[in-house]
Ligand binder design. Sequence first.
Ligand code: GLP
Length: 241
Amino acid sequence: MEIVIVPDAAAGGELIAAAIADLLTRKPDALLGVATGSTPLPIYQALAARARDTALDVTRARICQLDEYVGLPQGHPESYRSVVLREVVEPLGLTESSFMGPDGSAEDIAAACLAYDRALAEAGGVDLQLLGIGTDGHIGFNEPCSSLASRTRIKTLTQQTRVDNARFFNNLDEVPHHVITQGIGTILDARHLVLLATGEAKADAVAATVEGPLSALVPASALQLHPHATVVVDEAAASGL
Ligand code: GLP
């Protein structure tokens, strides 16, 4: 695992956008797995700026989702599909045809999970998967105790994660209890994992991920198993190392 400490979130965003730009230069139709939450926004802003202001060609890039809420009405502004379209796909000048994600409003959620895992494999696998980290060490929506070999499936959110994510909704009651998430095994299939963590609130989770034992109690510690994992942290998130 490679650990990169940067001064602040903006520097982390620039660094990771540069890595994505390098990937897209080598492989213009790379499949880029994206994460939601506040942390990756500087990456998407820096990448969109490169697409706008430099010769970087992102027109053939493909984007895929890491996770999704279950049961939000289609088109809900906080469904992760809507968030990724708004924060990544549209700013890059791409269209929905370049984008894939699990169907959180499917009647048969188990079938939708299987279909998404299969679709990722049929698309050739994820070239670079961006990850954030929850305060409890979760990646995607793989909460503590998730199997390290898990595949895309339905999960129940912990109260802590619902509280953490309530800021995107009108109130806590609106935060769904259930989600679809790529499993830890699914995430580990990506060729390169890049986790960005910023702010002091993530310091304990980062320390457990990087220096703690491999444990299902800290899902992000599964990155220790991956041959090409990069953890980018700002000074505050690195303060527990
Ligand atoms: C959610 C997402 C994760 C994300 C986490 C942290 O739980 N499913 O992918 O890493 O939030 O979000 P933030 O970056 O806003 O702290």
